[in-house]
Design a protein around this ligand. Structure first.
Ligand code: GLC
Length: 716
């Protein structure tokens, strides 16, 4: 590692401030390469542009090499540019949304997708990606649940680690690796009422138990950067939150990398009412340890005055500059400023067959079969003469990509009609759009449905109905889709619903009336090939929900690892009438965390414990038999949940602690075996410790968070 102290001494203050400022890419390109579409632009003067440290949202080997070359020609200190981008689930070969990929319960698949995304990004000149998003999902109204790995801290941590390892490998200077920036620290998913950017009020207990583990896992996996979040957390905006970034991130967790603000989040502290002006915003952000200011210029414009006023020290600026220079060094940019940017490699690797095949495989594994009365898999016409009719707004749509799909293009996605037509004889009339409704088209579709033997009904949200700034107050099917579905159900033929959406939807009528429901999410470039693989039975679905589906938006936020309350629905003291419930609906989810079906069935035996007493530093074994009771091989995700029955703080009714993906042939039986140790029982106790408290615990071995046999043991 070069010693940058001498270099920093030679830099003027303005050169240092430009080094810790990030500009949008359109300062460097003819066209506006930033796909962010944010209107905020500040006038970047020539000196800033000549000395800026990093660029947001540009890609392309030729373009980036040219920009880097030009920059180094004008840069007095020959400091290379750092190119950063939002490559969230693929660069041009787009994988399913992160929420979808979390439903695979296979971190190794997420790691594979990240390695491919890193390769396609690196050959296109990108050095760092703003991923993984480690925010815990809480409220389906929040559009950005699509970017999360669900509502569970244990899974969230596993996936965060997998993304970082996939992007960075063991050395980010290696070929086809990019640096990883975890985001958004912290608890952005707790936006009140699910409204994006809204305030968050989260107890330290909840933060440490449920929200911090995901971020911590990415830090421990070696992520090189951390991004602040837009939200005020307990009254303090993250970008000015010294407790979060100096005390927790750096002192407690030992993070030594670089912190970047989210997009204009520093100047937004004025709107939060946390800074009177840009100078105070800059001061609070620098004091909190935010090293790079993303696309606003409070540092560049105010730091000199703040130093002269004695409100900041130049040492603070030097420290941030040093972190940025060290990151560039770790990426090898001082030795090779072009790193992996290579036009020939772009042609060879981007959207290549191998990457598409991986995208198809991962899309299959991310889909969740929510209902099936036996109508699936669909028999192809040659096996069983039947007229198959495909309808709904997603019947012939290429909208397989969610909001954050980088350079993915819909033209590379096949429609469900195109894919199915290669496999079987179908007729297709979409009948309606996501939002629009044209009576004649509806009647044509209903008539065609009447004349068919089986109906495929493809419904969903627009991609722009989830993702950043796209919160919804009603999370049912948009537009007239529910009315259209009722018409189709009324035809009286078997109906298979396929859903394309970015968040859990409140779809009780669909759940009730459809014969089968397949959750496809936004499945990416190869999405409809994956849907077809599952509908035809070429592959059995094995995805499991990582976020609860509510019956109604009024239940939100609803999640499995909640607290019992003093009046749970089943209790011996208070009648059901006065329990914690709704008088006009369910208090349990429509589909629970961990839920998903496949093309066979499984039977669970009783939970057997090696001992009903666990001693300190000891462990016990828990197991149960699992039998494939169907006529097809299948994969079951056997889940181990723990309940700490009583503690110095209330404890969740269930906590996922481990799981096994087990594949069995028809009739085959095996033992699902788990080790439970004291570490699993630890939590943030009332006296601010982190320990396992003696007392009784329940162990569930289950197919999802609302079922399963259980056994009790005691920690003594
Ligand atoms: C956006 C997002 C963040 C993204 C950043 C840069 O506003 O909040 O996730 O990485 O800006 O594009």
């Amino acid at each position: 590692m070069r010693d940058f102290d001498e270099l920093i001494k030679r830099m003027t203050l303005k050169e240092k401030l430009a080094e810790i400022t990030q500009l949008y890419g359109d300062e460097y390109t003819e066209d506006d390469s930033t796909f962010m579409g944010i209107d905020y632009r500040f006038e970047a003067n020539r000196e800033m542009v000549d000395n800026v440290g990093s660029i947001l949202g540009v890609s392309g080997a030729a373009l980036i090499k040219e920009a880097q070359k030009k920059h180094l020609e004008t840069s007095k200190h020959k400091i290379p540019l750092l190119f950063m981008h939002d490559i969230i689930h693929g660069f041009k070969t787009i994988f399913p949304s992160p929420l979808a990929m979390s439903c695979t319960w296979q971190p190794e698949l997420v790691k594979e997708s990240a390695e491919i995304a890193a390769k396609e990004s690196a050959v296109s000149g990108i050095h760092l990606t703003f991923s993984p998003m480690c925010d815990l999902a809480r409220d389906a109204r929040w559009g950005r649940v699509v970017e999360t790995s669900g509502e569970d801290p244990f899974l969230n941590s596993m996936f965060a680690k997998a993304y970082v390892e996939g992007y960075q490998g063991t050395d980010v200077s290696e070929q086809y690796r990019v640096a990883s920036c975890l985001k958004h620290f912290a608890a952005y998913g707790m936006a009140e009422a699910g409204r994006d950017y809204n305030t968050t009020d989260v107890s330290e207990y909840e933060l440490r138990e449920k929200h911090f583990p995901g971020y911590r896992a990415a830090v421990d996996a070696g992520a090189k950067m951390v991004m602040t979040s837009f939200n005020a957390l307990n009254g303090v905006p993250s970008s000015g939150n010294k407790w979060l970034f100096q005390d927790v991130l750096r002192k407690e967790w030992g993070f030594r990398g670089t912190v970047i603000s989210d997009c204009t989040a520093i100047v937004e502290m004025i709107y939060h009412g946390f800074a009177q002006d840009e100078a105070e915003a800059a001061k609070k952000a620098i004091d909190a340890g935010v090293d790079i200011e993303m696309v606003s210029n409070t540092y560049y414009n105010s730091a000199e005055r703040l130093i002269k006023q004695g409100r900041l020290s130049e040492d603070q600026i030097d420290l941030s500059v040093k972190r940025v220079l060290e990151l560039k060094e770790e990426l090898g940019l001082f030795d090779n400023p072009f790193k992996d940017a290579d036009e020939e490699a772009e042609k060879k690797y981007i959207l290549c067959r191998e990457h598409r095949d991986a995208a198809r495989k991962i899309a299959r594994e991310s889909m969740v079969l929510l209902k099936n009365d036996g109508v699936l898999p669909v028999k192809k016409n040659d096996e069983k003469k039947q007229k198959i009719f495909l309808t709904g707004p997603y019947a012939d749509s290429r909208q397989m990509l969610d909001l954050w799909s980088a350079y993915g293009e819909e033209k590379d996605c096949l429609t469900l009609r195109e894919v199915l037509s290669d496999e079987m004889e179908i007729s297709c009339i979409p009948g309606i759009g996501i939002l629009d409704y044209e009576k004649e088209q509806v009647e044509n579709a209903v008539k065609a449905a009447e004349d068919s033997d089986i109906i495929l009904l493809a419904l969903g949200e627009e991609p722009l109905m989830s993702g950043e700034s796209n919160s919804r107050m009603d999370i049912g099917l948009p537009g007239y889709q529910q009315q259209f579905a009722e018409r189709i159900f009324a035809v009286g033929k078997p109906v298979i619903v396929i859903l394309y959406n970015g968040r859990p939807l409140a779809i009780p009528e669909i759940a009730l009336k459809a014969n089968a429901v397949l959750e496809a999410w936004f499945p990416g470039t190869e999405g409809n090939h994956a849907v077809c693989d599952i509908l035809t039975g070429a592959y059995a679905p094995s995805g499991r929900l990582t976020m609860s589906f509510p019956w109604a938006v009024g239940q939100c936020p609803i999640y499995y690892n909640c607290y019992s309350t003093g009046r749970p629905s089943k209790n011996v003291y208070i009648s059901e009438r006065f329990s914690s419930r709704y008088i006009d609906g369910q208090s349990v989810p429509l589909y629970p965390f961990g839920y998903g079906l496949t093309y066979t069935t499984f039977e669970y035996g009783e939970v057997i414990l090696s001992d009903t007493v666990m001693r300190r530093n000891g462990s016990i074994m828990a197991q149960c038999s699992l039998k494939n009771t169907g006529d097809r091989a299948g994969t079951e995700t056997v889940q181990l949940y723990l309940q700490d029955i009583s503690g110095s703080r209330v404890r969740p009714v269930r906590m996922l602690k481990d799981f096994r993906r087990i594949t069995l042939k028809p009739g085959e039986t095996c033992q699902a075996v788990f080790q439970i140790d004291e570490e699993m029982l630890k939590f943030h106790t009332l006296d601010k410790g982190f320990a396992a408290e003696t007392g009784k615990f329940k162990i569930y071995i289950a197919e999802n968070a609302s079922t399963g046999t259980c056994a009790e043991f005691e920690l003594v």
